[in-house]
Every structure is written in structure tokens, then in C-alpha cells.
Design a protein around this ligand. Structure first.
Ligand code: CP
Ligand code: NVA
Length: 314
């Protein structure tokens, strides 16, 4: 069945994930080859929350392939308040070829996709951040080669949207992820259940522990994200106490495999989830991840436009 939207990495086949990586590599190596791939297309970017990376890279990425973008700033307005999500989708589909939505509720992205006849891309919801997870594993293919089977990431911190997408992606490609969170902040049990279903097919290993040192033992990359995601700012102080032993310090990095990469989706808070001498060190690849958002999302847009053409023609 052809793919209509990108709501969660779980919805992709392992083959589609590999195709996204291969196309991202080709787009990065020869962007001019794709300069007209989206000629005549329009993209709506609809964001309920702030963004630097996702907004800039979708806008530039679409423009670099010949499309035009309209940014709808809904910060401060929850989608569905002024008019229903269904009506927004049914309007937008008359004008644009693709919708990127960054929302609080994951249900809102799902609702958009259910009503819009054009592809919808999840640009981050409270539940998942698929473009980030795909970019991160694509970045690792550049560092260690295309086969990431058994490659071990330790994700340390909050079992949040970014963590969920990393788990789903690891499961699709047969990688190993060990998540270390404080008790009560583990990833969603449904995510673990679904990912383990994929893992049985791909040989991936998905583990959850409550000790940061146990999490990073043998890890080839250590990943963290903010302790209080967008929408959880009121919990910042409380979380600072709960998560303090999960900060990625030099000592924690020294307990991972020798030369382990440090990864972060950004924005980062130095002194909270990561120390400056880790994120600003030689093994940190955070700006490679940020750069690759551009190439990976171009690849995702192309995949969706192509598969939607196939859906319409069938
Ligand atoms: N990593 C990420 O999605 O960054 P933005 O919130 O700036 O888009
Ligand atoms: N978990 C973070 C990711 C930001 C890119 C958040 O949702 O705020």
C-alpha cells in the first residue's frame, strides 16, 4: 500500500526508511539534480509551537526543489479553535500539495491527515517527532556506514516525542536502543509494544532502564533532549530536580564506548540535560544532525509526493 502521510515512523516499512536515507544522501550530494522536483507545488507549514530547525529546513528544502511555501503562524492558537481542523484541512487541500503540521496534540495531526487529500507530515507532536528520528539515523549512516544493525544508541533523559521516534526508527532498521529515564518518565508503553513487534522482524533491541550509567554502557552514541518539552514548561523546575542525575556529563560519556558520539535534536540547555564540555566537544554531532534535517525532509517530501501520485493514479 502506498504511503499517504508521515505521521509516525512506525507507519513506514523498513524499505521506505532505507529509501528516505538513500534519497537524502543523493539530495545532499547533488542538490541541483532535484532543483525542479517539486516545480509548481505549494507547501503549507502550520505551527502551533516555536521552531528554528523544522521551519527553516522545510521552507528552504521545498523552495530548493521548486515549490513555494506558506507559513501559518498559529502559535498561541490551538488548531481547531477558530475553525475545525477538518475545515482547515478541506480548505488547505484546495490550495496546497503538502501540509507540514507541528501541533500539541498528536490527534490533531492524525485528524489533519484523515481529512486532507494531500500528504500531511508530522513536524512534531507531543507524541512523536518522525523527521527528527529519521534524520538522526541518517546522520549515523554517514558516520558509520549504511548498515546500522546492532548499532547502539543510549537515549538518556525524558521518554518523550524524540525518544519515541528514535525507538520506532531503531526498530525499523535493526538497531539497538537503550533508554535510560527516571522512574515515571519512561517512553509510552504502546510505543515499546509496537516497536518490539518490528524488532522481532529486524533483530532490533529495545531496552528501558532507570539508571543513566546502565543506559550508556557500551553505547556508540549517547543522545539526550530537553527535560521539559514544549507544552511542559510549567514543570521545568520540578523536572530539573527529578532529572539531575540524568545530565550527560563528561563522566557519563566516559562510561559509553570509546569515541561515542554525542547527539541532541536541539534546542539544548547547557547545564541542564547536557554539559557544555560534552555538547561542544569533538565527538558531538549535533550540528550535523541539524544540517541533515534539510536533506532528510527534502527526501521525505519527495517520497510522499511520489507515493501520492501513485495513489491518485491507481
Ligand atoms: N529539533 C527541532 O525540531 O528543532 P526546532 O524545534 O527548532 O524545529
Ligand atoms: N522534545 C522537544 C523536542 C524539540 C525539538 C519538545 O517537544 O520540545
Amino acid at each position: 500500500m502506498a504511503l499517504k502521510d508521515l505521521i509516525s515512523i512506525y507507519d513506514l516499512t523498513s524499505k521506505e526508511v532505507q529509501k528516505i536515507f538513500a534519497t537524502a544522501a543523493s539530495l545532499k550530494a547533488d542538490p541541483m539534480k532535484y532543483a525542479h522536483s517539486l516545480d509548481g507545488c505549494s507547501v503549507a507549514l502550520i505551527f502551533e509551537k516555536p521552531s528554528l530547525r523544522t521551519r527553516v529546513t522545510f521552507d528552504l528544502g521545498a523552495t530548493q526543489m521548486g515549490a513555494s511555501c506558506v507559513f501559518l503562524d498559529h502559535q498561541g492558537v490551538r488548531l481547531g479553535e477558530r475553525e475545525s481542523v477538518k475545515d482547515m484541512a478541506l480548505n488547505l487541500e484546495r490550495w496546497v500539495d503538502l501540509i507540514v503540521a507541528r501541533t500539541y496534540s498528536h490527534e490533531t495531526v492524525i485528524e489533519f491527515a484523515a481529512h486532507a487529500s494531500v500528504p500531511v507530515i508530522n513536524g512534531l507532536s507531543e507524541f512523536s517527532h518522525p523527521c527528527q528520528g529519521l534524520t538522526d539515523y541518517f546522520t549515523l549512516t554517514e558516520k558509520v556506514g549504511p548498515d546500522l544493525k546492532g548499532f547502539k544508541i543510549a537515549y538518556v533523559g525524558d521518554g518523550n516525542n524524540t525518544c519515541h521516534s528514535l525507538i520506532f526508527c531503531a526498530a525499523k532498521i535493526g538497531a539497538h536502543i537503550r533508554v535510560g529515564t527516571p522512574k515515571g518518565y519512561e517512553p509510552d508503553s504502546e510505543v515499546l509494544k509496537l516497536a518490539r513487534k518490528d524488532a522481532r522482524k529486524t533483530g532490533a533491541k529495545i531496552e528501558v532502564v532507570n539508571d543513566p550509567f546502565e543506559a550508556v554502557d557500551g553505547a556508540q552514541a549517547v543522545y539526550t533532549d530537553v527535560w521539559a518539552s514544549m507544552g511542559f514548561e510549567a514543570e521545568t523546575e520540578r523536572r530539573r530536580e527529578i532529572f539531575s542525575s540524568f545530565r550527560v556529563t563528561r563522566k557519563l560519556m566516559n562510561s559509553a564506548a570509546r569515541g561515542a558520539f554525542f547527539m541532541h535534536c536541539l534546542p539544548a540547555h547547557r547545564g541542564d540535560e547536557v554539559d557544555a564540555n560534552v555538547i561542544d566537544s569533538r565527538t558531538s554531532i549535533v550540528y550535523d544532525q541539524a544540517e541533515n534535517r534539510l536533506h532528510t525532509q527534502k527526501s521525505i517530501m519527495l517520497l510522499l509526493v511520489e507515493s501520492n501520485r501513485a495513489i491518485r493514479e491507481s
